[in-house]
Design a protein around this ligand. Structure first.
Ligand SMILES: NC(=O)C1=CN([C@@H]2O[C@H](COP(=O)(O)OP(=O)(O)OC[C@H]3O[C@@H](n4cnc5c(N)ncnc54)[C@H](O)[C@@H]3O)[C@@H](O)[C@H]2O)[C@@H](O)CC1
Ligand SMILES: [K+]
Length: 237
């Protein structure tokens, strides 16, 4: 054993570092765990539901009088956006004034679980739905939810996501990132050409290795369980 590791305080520190490192997973491991959980019957739509619900719990704990707030939710066409759609429904349940800006058209939503959530929102007049790439709103948001891009990010940010990220960064309000601030690579901690700067980030299941490197962009950072059976990790972690 190295000499330093024999001194209790250093031993504790080394154990802490090992523990923190082991708690963090790669993005690839996350996708494998998600797929295995889904194959076990814990469907991705349930994971998405729990991700959105856990995010709203954190937001409601943080922000007083949520029912009086104008909340603007930017959603991309992947499952990060799907989590944002779940948040919209839960926040409407709290009585907040919720507007969803889908960055694209509904036919281009990529997954069954995101589509499922979009179709529920279409039946909810309590949530205002906008589509396309207009960034002109007839209210001033108190809170913006960034559900644009998550673990599926690759390369430089393309339109209309880039303009939405710019809009978020120049708007003065509370900013919440779903899973990871859009533009931040959750594996490496590096940013693309542009990235949201947020006040709070809630990531799911376990911390991804790159995210805690960028607390300057994440703000307060949490990893929330979303119901994936621990057995889904077997053979992966
Ligand atoms: N992995 C899991 O276990 C779970 C993941 N969930 C959510 O799903 C997310 C991952 O979903 P996806 O795999 O659909 O990925 P994303 O939602 O991150 O989106 C990927 C899509 O965005 C587009 N895109 C990628 N890079 C781009 C760029 N630079 N500029 C413009 N467009 C770009 C691509 O068309 C791609 O299909 C996570 O971040 C998380 O929010 C949750 O629903 C809960 C469970
Ligand atoms: K995001």
């Amino acid at each position: 054993m190295p000499i330093l590791a024999r001194i209790p305080i250093f031993k504790a520190l080394i154990l802490d570092i090992i523990f923190i490192y082991c708690m963090e997973i790669t993005v690839d491991q996350m996708y494998q765990i998600e797929n295995k959980g889904h194959d076990m019957g814990f469907l991705k739509k349930f994971m998405m539901e729990n991700a959105g619900a856990a995010s709203v719990r954190r937001l409601v704990e943080k922000i007083e009088n949520i029912e009086s707030k104008n909340i603007l939710i930017f959603v991309g066409l992947g499952n990060n956006g799907g989590d944002g759609l779940v948040m919209a429904r839960h926040l409407a349940g709290y009585g907040a004034k919720v507007t969803v800006m889908l960055l694209g058209t509904p036919e281009k939503i990529k997954t069954e679980e995101s589509n499922w959530n979009w179709s529920i929102l279409k039946k909810m007049p309590s949530v205002k739905l906008m589509i396309g790439d207009s960034l002109s709103f007839d209210f001033k948001p108190d809170i913006i939810v960034d559900g644009i891009l998550g673990t599926g990010i690759s390369g430089e940010i393309r339109e209309p996501y880039a303009s939405a990220i710019n809009y978020i960064n120049k708007t003065d309000c509370y900013k919440f990132a779903v899973d990871v601030p859009s533009g931040l690579d959750p594996q490496t901690g590096e940013t693309a050409n542009i990235c949201t700067k947020c006040n709070m980030t809630v990531t799911f299941h376990k911390m991804k290795q790159g995210i805690p490197k960028r607390k300057d962009l994440t703000g307060e950072l949490y990893a929330e369980k979303i119901g994936i059976p621990p057995e889904a990790e077997e053979g992966i972690l």
